[in-house]
Design a protein around this ligand. Structure first.
Ligand SMILES: *Cc1c(COP(=O)(O)O)cnc(C)c1O
Length: 368
C-alpha cells in the first residue's frame, strides 16, 4: 500500500527524545518547549510563540485570547478541516461560511464582504492544502471593517505569499504538528504573534488561567493546552529538516504535474494550483477529477485503493454538515464543487519518483 502520508523521523528525532526521557522532564517543563517556540517564531518572522497540545487547541486559544465569544461572528471558508469552525463554536461565537476561490481553493476574498455584519469580529483565512490565501485583499477588508485576522496555517508551514512566509501576517497565526502535517510532534500546535499582551494572555489561558507568579490563583477560566517537552523535542528536530521537507514536497508536486499533464490537457483532471504570487508547499498534492474523466471522484478513489494507492477525498464543505447547516444558507458553489471533485494523492516526503509514476499511470489507466 502506498500511504497518503508518512512522517519522516530520523536520528535527530531519536536523539532528542532519548535525551528528554533520560532527563525525566517529560511533561510541559523542560528545555525544548521554549526552544521550539522561539525557533518557530523566528522561522516565520514573528516575535512570540506559544506551543499547544494540538492545532485545534491553538485555534481555540488564539480566539479566546482575542476575546471572541458569544454574539460574535467569525468569517471562515466553508472548505476547510472541521477544526477551524469548531474552534469558533468552542468560544460561543458563530462561524460564517464563505465560498472558495475556484482556481486556488482558499477563501475567495471577493465573497467576504457580503457576509460582514455588525457582529463580525474576525476573519480566519485557511491556507488550504499548502496554498497560501490572497492576503492583500483580505487585509484590505479587515482594515476597512475593523476586523481581526487569525491565520489557520495548519496545512502550510513554509508557504509564501508575495515572498513573505505565511504565519507572519495575522494578529495570531496557528499551526498544527499532527502526524501528517509538514512537520510533526505527534500531536501539537503553535500560536505565533507579535503582540506581547496577546502572548501573555495566551500563556495564561494555556495553563488553566493561572496568574503568573501567584500559584493556584485564577482570574479567568483557562485550559490545559500545554505541549510536552517530549513533543517539543520532536519539533526542534523536525524543524531542522523543514526546508528539506518543503523542497521534497515541491519536487513530488513537479513529478505529479509532469505525470498528469496529458490528462490535464484533455481536461480530465485539474492539477494542484500555484498562483503567480504564491509559493505552495503542497501539503497534500491534490487534483480535481473533472466530469470529462468519465468516472466520478469516489469511483477513482476506489479503483486506486484496489491498486494499492491510498487517497483522501477533499473535505466536505462545512456549511452542509449537520452542526453547521442552516435553513436559509445559500449554496457556496465553488466549495461544493471542490468538495465533490477534489482528491488528495500520496504526498509523503519519502516518495520516490518511480512511485509517483506508478500512481500517475494508474490514473491514466482509468481513463482508457
Ligand atoms: C490539521 C488541521 C487543524 C487541526 O490541527 P490538529 O493538530 O489536528 O488539532 C486545523 N485546521 C486545519 C486547516 C488543519 O488541516
Amino acid at each position: 500500500m502506498i500511504p497518503i502520508a508518512e512522517p519522516l523521523l530520523g536520528r535527530e528525532e531519536l536523539k532528542s527524545v532519548i535525551r528528554v526521557i533520560k532527563s525525566g522532564w517529560i511533561s510541559s517543563q523542560g528545555e525544548y518547549v521554549k526552544k521550539f517556540e522561539e525557533q518557530c517564531a523566528h522561522y516565520c518572522g514573528k516575535k512570540y510563540g506559544v506551543s499547544t497540545s494540538s492545532g485545534t487547541a491553538a485555534l481555540h486559544l488564539a480566539l479566546a485570547a482575542l476575546g471572541i465569544g458569544e454574539g460574535d461572528d467569525v468569517i471562515v471558508p466553508s472548505l476547510t478541516f472541521v477544526a477551524t469552525a469548531n474552534a469558533v463554536r468552542y468560544t460561543g461565537a458563530e462561524p460564517v461560511f464563505v465560498d472558495s476561490h475556484q482556481e486556488y481553493w482558499c477563501i475567495n476574498p471577493e465573497k467576504i464582504e457580503d457576509k460582514i455584519t455588525k457582529r463580525t469580529k474576525l476573519i480566519i483565512p485557511v491556507h488550504l492544502y499548502g496554498h497560501p490565501c490572497d492576503m492583500d485583499p483580505i487585509f484590505d477588508i479587515a482594515r476597512r471593517n475593523n476586523l481581526l485576522v487569525v491565520e489557520d496555517a495548519a496545512e502550510a508551514h513554509g508557504a509564501e505569499y508575495r515572498g513573505r512566509k505565511i504565519g507572519s501576517f495575522g494578529d495570531i497565526s496557528c499551526f498544527s504538528f499532527y502526524g501528517n502535517k509538514i512537520i510533526t510532534t505527534g500531536e501539537g500546535g503553535m500560536c505565533l504573534t507579535n503582540n506581547k499582551e496577546l502572548y501573555k494572555r495566551m500563556r495564561i489561558l494555556r495553563d488553566h488561567g493561572m496568574t503568573p507568579k501567584k500559584r493556584y490563583w485564577y482570574d479567568v477560566i483557562g485550559f490545559n493546552y500545554r505541549m510536552t517537552n517530549l513533543q517539543a523535542a520532536l519539533g526542534v528536530a523536525q524543524l531542522k529538516s523543514i526546508d528539506k521537507f518543503i523542497d521534497k514536497k515541491r519536487k513530488v508536486a513537479n513529478w505529479y504535474a509532469n505525470g498528469l499533464k496529458d490528462l490535464e490537457k484533455k481536461g480530465l483532471v485539474t492539477l494542484h494550483p500555484e498562483r503567480p504570487w504564491a509559493k505552495c508547499v503542497y501539503w497534500m498534492y491534490s487534483i480535481l477529477i473533472e466530469d470529462a474523466f468519465g468516472i466520478n471522484r469516489d469511483t477513482v478513489a476506489r479503483a486506486l485503493q484496489e491498486n494499492g494507492i491510498e487517497t483522501r477525498p477533499f473535505f466536505y464543505p462545512l456549511h452542509i454538515l449537520p452542526p453547521y447547516r442552516r435553513k436559509k444558507e445559500k449554496p457556496l458553489p465553488a466549495s461544493e464543487a471542490l468538495g465533490r471533485n477534489g482528491l488528495c494523492l500520496p504526498s509523503s516526503v519519502k516518495l520516490k519518483k518511480k512511485t509517483v509514476e506508478i500512481i500517475c499511470a494508474a490514473l491514466r489507466n482509468l481513463t482508457e
